[in-house]
Design a protein. Structure first.
Length: 374
């Protein structure tokens, strides 16, 4: 640890990737500063369903990284009381009753790769996981993945920030947008909009949907598939649901205070992006999402909205994470991914280890920004 005491790193971004990386750097004895353009945990981390999983199909490398991410949450739960903001009560998913239904195929795939999975008939769901209206489940059945769960990212970020402060981490939240300072072809610090400069030996850009644009200013391309996010939080109510639900028309998870967090692809598509960059969800969209949630919940309760959260949803063009140093620019590191919740702890740990030690992580090798260079 002592060999890192002279190393200085600036992290741009106060979401789960930025804060996790900063904390892991501080644990390694690195002098670390977080730079954000406003309050922390207010960007993509505030509008994520935060489903912890590696369900369905993806590349082997991505699956392995996500499984390592899930492992870190189990370690966290074993080490401290996370209260109601981190739960590993499983996930239940089913597809529409049409030709696109892949439930049987997905079940066989998950069995083949050793992912904990059960195929349940609609009538058998209640005995395994409560809170679901069996009439809403397609006749092909649903998959229950017992190892999955959800996290309230603002609560997790708050926990990490407390440790960051205890380790003498520095936070700048009032400097406006920041840019990476390049000196002789390498990252040498961060400059805020107010002109404040943070000198650093390495920089981490973890600014969600703006990562590709920031990399472009340095002459490097990161494929960008960013779309819109809409997360609706209902008013709290008593209900037995514990698992995360992923259904054809709505995804649902409980919240720490007994409400539900809801999203879906169709409701996100209906979000309006105005010319000034602001986002708007129509009342009909929110009402429709609440109605779809009611249909799949046991008892079909009447749900009312407590709050809604809109903005860009960071997604790389090929769907896989982008983590590590930009080609040919020493010290300029990025983290850009859709799966911020599942990868939040492990990505920060691995990237911090690379920066502190100078040794690349084999787990991150398939996800380098260099794959977009061509």
């Amino acid at each position: 640890m002592s060999k890192n005491t002279a190393l200085k790193v600036a992290v741009i971004g106060g979401g789960i990737f930025g804060v996790s990386t900063a904390v892991h750097l501080a644990r390694l004895g690195v002098k670390t500063t977080i730079v954000n353009d406003g309050p922390l945990a207010r960007g993509a981390s505030s509008r994520s369903l935060a489903w912890l999983n590696s369900a369905r199909k993806r590349s082997t490398a991505y699956h392995n990284l996500r499984m390592a991410g899930l492992d870190r949450y189990r370690t966290l739960v074993a080490a401290r009381d996370c209260g109601a903001w981190l739960r590993l009560d499983g996930g239940l998913t089913w597809d529409a009753d049409n030709a696109s239904n892949q439930i049987a195929e997905i079940f066989r795939h998950e069995q083949a790769i050793g992912y904990q999975t059960r195929l349940l008939a609609p009538g058998g769901i209640a005995a395994v996981t409560p809170g679901v209206d069996a009439k809403a489940v397609s006749p092909q059945g649903a998959i229950f993945n017992a190892g999955e769960g959800w996290v309230d990212l603002p609560s997790l970020i708050g926990l990490l920030l407390r440790e960051f402060g205890e380790r003498d981490g520095r936070i700048i939240t009032d400097g406006g947008s920041a840019e990476v300072v390049l000196t002789n072809g390498r990252a040498s610090g961060v400059r805020t909009a107010s002109g404040q400069v943070v000198d650093a030996d390495a920089v981490v850009v973890a600014t969600g949907s703006t990562v590709p644009a920031m990399a472009a200013t340095a002459g490097r391309r990161i494929g960008d598939g960013t779309t819109r996010a809409l997360l609706v939080i209902s008013k709290p109510m008593p209900h037995p649901l514990r698992a995360v639900l992923n259904t054809p028309r709505v995804a649902i998870r409980p919240t720490p205070n007994g409400a539900f967090a809801l999203d879906s692809a169709w409701s996100e598509d209906e979000v309006v992006v105005h010319d000034d960059g602001t986002y708007e969800a129509r009342a009909s969209t929110i009402a429709g999402l609440l109605d779809e949630a009611s249909k799949v919940l046991e008892g079909n309760p009447k749900l009312a909205m407590e709050s809604s959260h809109m903005g860009p949803k960071p997604i790389p063009a090929d769907g896989e994470p982008v983590i590590g140093q930009l080609t040919g620019i020493p010290g300029y590191n990025v983290v850009f991914s859709h799966s911020g919740a599942t990868l939040g702890l492990i990505a920060g740990e691995l990237l911090a280890g690379e920066i502190a030690s100078g040794t690349p992580s084999p787990l991150l090798q398939p996800f380098r920004p260099a794959r977009f260079d061509s």
